[in-house]
Design a protein around this ligand. Structure first.
Ligand code: ZN
Ligand code: ZN
Length: 336
Protein backbone atom coordinates (compact mmCIF):
# COMPACT_ATOMS: atom_id res chain seq x y z
CA UNK A 1 0.00 0.00 0.00
CA UNK A 2 1.30 3.48 -0.84
CA UNK A 3 -0.03 5.44 2.13
CA UNK A 4 0.35 8.78 3.92
CA UNK A 5 2.16 8.40 7.26
CA UNK A 6 2.34 10.88 10.15
CA UNK A 7 5.96 11.95 10.63
CA UNK A 8 5.74 14.54 13.41
CA UNK A 9 4.85 18.25 13.63
CA UNK A 10 2.95 19.12 10.48
CA UNK A 11 4.59 16.42 8.36
CA UNK A 12 2.96 13.71 6.26
CA UNK A 13 5.06 11.44 4.05
CA UNK A 14 4.00 8.69 1.69
CA UNK A 15 5.45 5.24 2.40
CA UNK A 16 5.02 1.73 1.03
CA UNK A 17 3.47 -0.50 3.67
CA UNK A 18 2.30 -4.12 3.47
CA UNK A 19 -1.42 -4.86 3.73
CA UNK A 20 -1.87 -5.10 7.54
CA UNK A 21 -1.99 -8.62 9.00
CA UNK A 22 -4.76 -9.94 11.21
CA UNK A 23 -3.09 -10.35 14.62
CA UNK A 24 -5.89 -11.00 17.12
CA UNK A 25 -8.41 -13.80 16.64
CA UNK A 26 -11.29 -11.29 16.59
CA UNK A 27 -9.56 -8.90 14.17
CA UNK A 28 -10.98 -8.14 10.75
CA UNK A 29 -9.22 -6.87 7.64
CA UNK A 30 -11.34 -4.17 5.98
CA UNK A 31 -11.07 -3.04 2.37
CA UNK A 32 -11.52 0.69 2.97
CA UNK A 33 -13.59 2.53 0.34
CA UNK A 34 -13.86 6.07 1.70
CA UNK A 35 -12.31 7.86 4.65
CA UNK A 36 -13.39 11.32 5.81
CA UNK A 37 -11.00 14.01 7.02
CA UNK A 38 -11.87 16.05 10.06
CA UNK A 39 -10.71 18.82 12.36
CA UNK A 40 -8.86 16.25 14.46
CA UNK A 41 -6.62 15.41 11.49
CA UNK A 42 -5.89 19.12 11.07
CA UNK A 43 -5.20 19.44 14.81
CA UNK A 44 -2.75 16.52 14.67
CA UNK A 45 -0.93 18.15 11.76
CA UNK A 46 -0.92 21.71 13.07
CA UNK A 47 2.29 23.25 14.46
CA UNK A 48 2.36 23.03 17.43
CA UNK A 49 -0.06 20.06 17.43
CA UNK A 50 -3.47 20.55 19.03
CA UNK A 51 -4.12 16.79 19.21
CA UNK A 52 -1.70 14.00 20.10
CA UNK A 53 -0.82 11.27 17.62
CA UNK A 54 1.76 8.50 17.56
CA UNK A 55 4.67 8.92 15.16
CA UNK A 56 4.68 6.75 12.02
CA UNK A 57 0.99 5.86 12.11
CA UNK A 58 -1.43 6.00 9.21
CA UNK A 59 -4.04 8.69 9.99
CA UNK A 60 -7.79 8.44 9.28
CA UNK A 61 -10.61 7.55 11.67
CA UNK A 62 -13.84 8.03 9.66
CA UNK A 63 -14.13 5.11 7.29
CA UNK A 64 -16.46 2.79 5.46
CA UNK A 65 -15.59 -0.33 3.49
CA UNK A 66 -16.17 -4.06 3.23
CA UNK A 67 -14.94 -7.06 5.18
CA UNK A 68 -12.04 -8.67 3.31
CA UNK A 69 -10.92 -11.34 5.77
CA UNK A 70 -11.88 -12.37 9.30
CA UNK A 71 -9.91 -13.73 12.29
CA UNK A 72 -10.84 -17.23 13.47
CA UNK A 73 -13.01 -16.09 16.39
CA UNK A 74 -15.02 -13.48 14.49
CA UNK A 75 -18.68 -14.32 15.09
CA UNK A 76 -21.08 -12.01 13.30
CA UNK A 77 -19.35 -10.38 10.37
CA UNK A 78 -18.38 -12.18 7.19
CA UNK A 79 -16.47 -11.51 4.00
CA UNK A 80 -18.20 -8.97 1.76
CA UNK A 81 -20.26 -7.32 4.52
CA UNK A 82 -20.43 -3.56 4.23
CA UNK A 83 -19.10 -2.04 7.46
CA UNK A 84 -18.28 1.24 9.18
CA UNK A 85 -15.55 1.73 11.76
CA UNK A 86 -15.88 3.00 15.34
CA UNK A 87 -12.24 3.94 15.77
CA UNK A 88 -11.86 4.08 19.57
CA UNK A 89 -10.79 0.73 20.93
CA UNK A 90 -11.55 0.57 24.64
CA UNK A 91 -9.99 -1.80 27.20
CA UNK A 92 -13.14 -3.23 28.90
CA UNK A 93 -11.15 -3.39 32.17
CA UNK A 94 -10.40 0.08 33.55
CA UNK A 95 -12.54 1.78 36.18
CA UNK A 96 -14.58 3.63 33.55
CA UNK A 97 -15.09 0.66 31.23
CA UNK A 98 -16.24 -1.40 34.21
CA UNK A 99 -18.73 1.34 35.11
CA UNK A 100 -20.01 1.25 31.51
CA UNK A 101 -18.64 4.74 30.76
CA UNK A 102 -16.51 3.41 27.93
CA UNK A 103 -16.06 6.72 26.13
CA UNK A 104 -13.91 7.73 29.13
CA UNK A 105 -11.75 4.56 28.99
CA UNK A 106 -8.36 5.20 30.62
CA UNK A 107 -6.47 2.93 28.21
CA UNK A 108 -8.17 3.57 24.88
CA UNK A 109 -6.40 3.38 21.57
CA UNK A 110 -7.80 5.14 18.53
CA UNK A 111 -7.31 4.15 14.93
CA UNK A 112 -5.84 7.13 13.15
CA UNK A 113 -4.42 8.86 16.24
CA UNK A 114 -2.63 6.30 18.43
CA UNK A 115 -2.58 3.26 16.09
CA UNK A 116 -2.78 2.86 12.32
CA UNK A 117 -5.98 4.28 10.86
CA UNK A 118 -7.95 4.05 7.67
CA UNK A 119 -6.42 6.51 5.18
CA UNK A 120 -5.25 3.42 3.34
CA UNK A 121 -6.66 0.76 1.03
CA UNK A 122 -6.79 -1.71 3.95
CA UNK A 123 -7.13 -1.39 7.72
CA UNK A 124 -7.45 -3.89 10.57
CA UNK A 125 -9.97 -3.44 13.40
CA UNK A 126 -11.42 -5.73 16.09
CA UNK A 127 -14.90 -7.05 15.37
CA UNK A 128 -16.38 -5.04 18.28
CA UNK A 129 -15.30 -1.84 16.49
CA UNK A 130 -17.01 -2.67 13.21
CA UNK A 131 -20.72 -2.28 12.51
CA UNK A 132 -22.56 -3.82 9.60
CA UNK A 133 -24.51 -1.30 7.57
CA UNK A 134 -26.99 -1.99 4.78
CA UNK A 135 -25.72 -1.90 1.19
CA UNK A 136 -28.62 0.49 0.56
CA UNK A 137 -26.77 3.22 2.47
CA UNK A 138 -24.40 4.92 0.03
CA UNK A 139 -20.67 5.09 0.78
CA UNK A 140 -21.06 8.87 0.80
CA UNK A 141 -23.55 8.65 3.67
CA UNK A 142 -21.91 5.80 5.57
CA UNK A 143 -18.52 7.57 5.63
CA UNK A 144 -20.15 9.99 8.12
CA UNK A 145 -20.82 7.20 10.62
CA UNK A 146 -18.07 8.19 13.09
CA UNK A 147 -18.71 11.96 13.33
CA UNK A 148 -22.47 11.34 13.22
CA UNK A 149 -22.15 8.86 16.11
CA UNK A 150 -20.49 11.59 18.21
CA UNK A 151 -23.39 13.92 17.43
CA UNK A 152 -26.06 11.29 18.07
CA UNK A 153 -24.32 10.52 21.39
CA UNK A 154 -24.62 14.19 22.35
CA UNK A 155 -28.31 14.40 21.56
CA UNK A 156 -28.91 11.62 24.07
CA UNK A 157 -27.28 13.81 26.73
CA UNK A 158 -29.39 16.84 25.79
CA UNK A 159 -32.82 15.82 24.51
CA UNK A 160 -35.01 18.47 22.92
CA UNK A 161 -38.78 18.82 23.26
CA UNK A 162 -40.69 18.49 19.98
CA UNK A 163 -40.75 21.82 18.18
CA UNK A 164 -37.90 23.18 20.32
CA UNK A 165 -35.38 25.62 18.91
CA UNK A 166 -31.69 24.91 18.38
CA UNK A 167 -28.82 27.33 17.71
CA UNK A 168 -25.59 25.75 16.50
CA UNK A 169 -22.36 27.75 16.65
CA UNK A 170 -20.02 26.57 13.89
CA UNK A 171 -21.13 25.46 10.41
CA UNK A 172 -18.39 22.91 9.77
CA UNK A 173 -19.37 19.26 9.27
CA UNK A 174 -20.10 18.72 12.98
CA UNK A 175 -22.28 21.81 13.28
CA UNK A 176 -24.21 20.84 10.15
CA UNK A 177 -24.64 17.28 11.47
CA UNK A 178 -26.05 18.68 14.74
CA UNK A 179 -28.48 20.88 12.78
CA UNK A 180 -29.62 18.00 10.59
CA UNK A 181 -29.87 15.53 13.48
CA UNK A 182 -31.89 17.82 15.78
CA UNK A 183 -34.15 18.67 12.88
CA UNK A 184 -34.69 14.96 12.29
CA UNK A 185 -35.46 14.59 16.00
CA UNK A 186 -38.28 17.13 15.73
CA UNK A 187 -36.67 20.53 16.31
CA UNK A 188 -38.75 23.52 15.19
CA UNK A 189 -36.47 26.46 14.46
CA UNK A 190 -32.85 25.59 13.71
CA UNK A 191 -30.22 28.33 13.45
CA UNK A 192 -26.62 27.88 12.34
CA UNK A 193 -24.03 30.62 12.98
CA UNK A 194 -20.56 30.92 11.48
CA UNK A 195 -18.07 33.68 10.78
CA UNK A 196 -16.86 32.23 7.45
CA UNK A 197 -18.62 33.47 4.30
CA UNK A 198 -17.82 30.20 2.60
CA UNK A 199 -19.27 27.98 5.31
CA UNK A 200 -22.39 30.17 5.59
CA UNK A 201 -22.98 29.94 1.84
CA UNK A 202 -22.56 26.14 2.00
CA UNK A 203 -24.95 25.88 4.97
CA UNK A 204 -27.58 27.98 3.16
CA UNK A 205 -27.34 25.71 0.18
CA UNK A 206 -27.66 22.60 2.37
CA UNK A 207 -30.88 24.02 3.83
CA UNK A 208 -30.19 23.10 7.46
CA UNK A 209 -32.05 26.09 8.90
CA UNK A 210 -31.60 29.85 9.26
CA UNK A 211 -27.96 30.81 8.71
CA UNK A 212 -26.54 33.78 10.63
CA UNK A 213 -23.19 35.57 10.54
CA UNK A 214 -21.58 34.85 13.91
CA UNK A 215 -19.80 38.22 13.67
CA UNK A 216 -22.99 40.24 13.35
CA UNK A 217 -23.51 43.11 15.78
CA UNK A 218 -26.16 41.60 17.99
CA UNK A 219 -26.27 37.85 17.50
CA UNK A 220 -28.25 37.14 20.73
CA UNK A 221 -30.92 39.62 19.65
CA UNK A 222 -31.13 38.02 16.19
CA UNK A 223 -31.54 34.57 17.77
CA UNK A 224 -34.20 35.94 20.12
CA UNK A 225 -36.10 37.44 17.20
CA UNK A 226 -36.26 34.03 15.52
CA UNK A 227 -36.93 31.91 18.61
CA UNK A 228 -38.97 34.22 20.84
CA UNK A 229 -37.06 33.76 24.09
CA UNK A 230 -33.66 32.60 22.93
CA UNK A 231 -32.71 29.09 21.81
CA UNK A 232 -34.00 26.13 23.85
CA UNK A 233 -30.69 24.41 23.10
CA UNK A 234 -27.35 25.79 21.96
CA UNK A 235 -24.48 23.69 20.59
CA UNK A 236 -20.89 24.92 20.61
CA UNK A 237 -19.43 22.90 17.75
CA UNK A 238 -16.27 25.05 17.78
CA UNK A 239 -14.81 24.53 21.25
CA UNK A 240 -14.28 28.10 22.49
CA UNK A 241 -17.77 29.56 22.13
CA UNK A 242 -19.26 28.97 25.58
CA UNK A 243 -19.56 32.69 26.33
CA UNK A 244 -21.65 33.18 23.18
CA UNK A 245 -23.64 30.00 23.85
CA UNK A 246 -24.67 31.39 27.25
CA UNK A 247 -25.98 34.53 25.55
CA UNK A 248 -27.94 32.64 22.89
CA UNK A 249 -29.75 30.25 25.26
CA UNK A 250 -33.12 31.08 26.73
CA UNK A 251 -33.61 30.89 30.49
CA UNK A 252 -33.67 27.25 31.67
CA UNK A 253 -32.20 26.25 28.31
CA UNK A 254 -29.49 23.70 27.57
CA UNK A 255 -25.98 24.08 26.18
CA UNK A 256 -23.90 21.29 24.65
CA UNK A 257 -20.15 21.88 24.61
CA UNK A 258 -18.86 19.63 21.85
CA UNK A 259 -15.85 21.19 20.08
CA UNK A 260 -12.40 20.46 21.52
CA UNK A 261 -9.80 23.23 21.85
CA UNK A 262 -7.39 21.86 24.46
CA UNK A 263 -5.15 24.92 24.56
CA UNK A 264 -7.79 27.61 24.81
CA UNK A 265 -9.35 29.06 27.94
CA UNK A 266 -12.54 31.03 27.73
CA UNK A 267 -13.88 33.49 30.19
CA UNK A 268 -17.57 33.05 30.87
CA UNK A 269 -20.30 34.56 33.00
CA UNK A 270 -20.90 31.95 35.70
CA UNK A 271 -23.51 34.32 37.14
CA UNK A 272 -25.62 34.06 33.97
CA UNK A 273 -25.54 30.24 34.07
CA UNK A 274 -26.91 30.31 37.61
CA UNK A 275 -29.29 33.23 37.19
CA UNK A 276 -30.77 31.78 33.99
CA UNK A 277 -30.97 28.17 35.24
CA UNK A 278 -28.88 26.92 32.32
CA UNK A 279 -27.91 23.27 31.95
CA UNK A 280 -24.43 22.91 30.47
CA UNK A 281 -23.46 19.49 29.15
CA UNK A 282 -19.97 18.51 28.04
CA UNK A 283 -20.11 15.75 25.46
CA UNK A 284 -17.13 13.72 24.31
CA UNK A 285 -17.59 11.25 21.39
CA UNK A 286 -20.82 9.80 22.83
CA UNK A 287 -21.50 6.71 24.90
CA UNK A 288 -22.24 3.70 22.68
CA UNK A 289 -24.25 5.65 20.12
CA UNK A 290 -23.42 3.21 17.34
CA UNK A 291 -26.62 1.17 16.90
CA UNK A 292 -28.73 4.31 16.88
CA UNK A 293 -26.42 5.95 14.34
CA UNK A 294 -26.71 2.94 12.03
CA UNK A 295 -30.50 3.17 12.37
CA UNK A 296 -30.45 6.89 11.46
CA UNK A 297 -28.42 6.16 8.33
CA UNK A 298 -30.33 3.02 7.28
CA UNK A 299 -33.75 4.67 7.68
CA UNK A 300 -32.55 7.79 5.87
CA UNK A 301 -33.45 9.93 8.91
CA UNK A 302 -30.30 11.94 8.17
CA UNK A 303 -28.55 12.45 4.80
CA UNK A 304 -25.07 13.68 5.69
CA UNK A 305 -23.62 13.08 2.22
CA UNK A 306 -24.88 16.54 1.22
CA UNK A 307 -22.11 17.97 3.41
CA UNK A 308 -19.32 16.58 1.19
CA UNK A 309 -17.60 19.54 -0.45
CA UNK A 310 -14.46 17.85 -1.81
CA UNK A 311 -13.60 14.34 -2.97
CA UNK A 312 -9.94 13.43 -3.47
CA UNK A 313 -7.66 10.43 -3.98
CA UNK A 314 -5.16 9.29 -1.35
CA UNK A 315 -2.25 10.93 -3.17
CA UNK A 316 -4.06 14.29 -3.06
CA UNK A 317 -4.19 14.29 0.73
CA UNK A 318 -1.63 17.09 1.24
CA UNK A 319 -3.60 19.32 -1.14
CA UNK A 320 -6.90 18.43 0.55
CA UNK A 321 -5.43 19.51 3.89
CA UNK A 322 -4.73 22.94 2.42
CA UNK A 323 -8.40 23.34 1.39
CA UNK A 324 -9.34 22.49 4.93
CA UNK A 325 -6.83 24.94 6.44
CA UNK A 326 -8.08 27.75 4.23
CA UNK A 327 -11.68 27.13 5.36
CA UNK A 328 -12.99 26.53 1.84
CA UNK A 329 -13.73 22.85 2.50
CA UNK A 330 -16.65 21.55 4.55
CA UNK A 331 -16.32 17.76 4.42
CA UNK A 332 -13.46 16.23 2.48
CA UNK A 333 -13.68 12.52 1.70
CA UNK A 334 -10.73 10.49 0.47
CA UNK A 335 -11.15 7.60 -1.96
CA UNK A 336 -8.77 4.92 -0.77
ZN1 ZN B 1 -13.18 12.99 13.09
ZN1 ZN C 1 -11.11 1.09 29.63
Amino acid sequence: MHVPVFKGEGVIEFEDRPVPAIKGSTDILVRVKLCGLCGTDLNILSVPPAHKATLNIILGHEATGTVEKTGEEVKELKEGDKVVIAPRITCSQCNYCVKGIENQCENYRTMGTTIDGALAPYAVAPEKNLFRISDRVSDDDSVFFEPLSCVVGSTVRAPLEAGGSVAVIGAGPIGLLFAQTYRALGAGKVIVCDNSDHRRAFAKNADVGTVLNANMDDLPEAVKEITGLGADLVVDAVGNQMATAIELARRAGQIILFGLRPHEETSISQYTITRNDLTVVGSFVGLNPFEKTIEFLEKGIVKPSEFISHRVGLLDLPEALTYMHSGEAVKVVVET
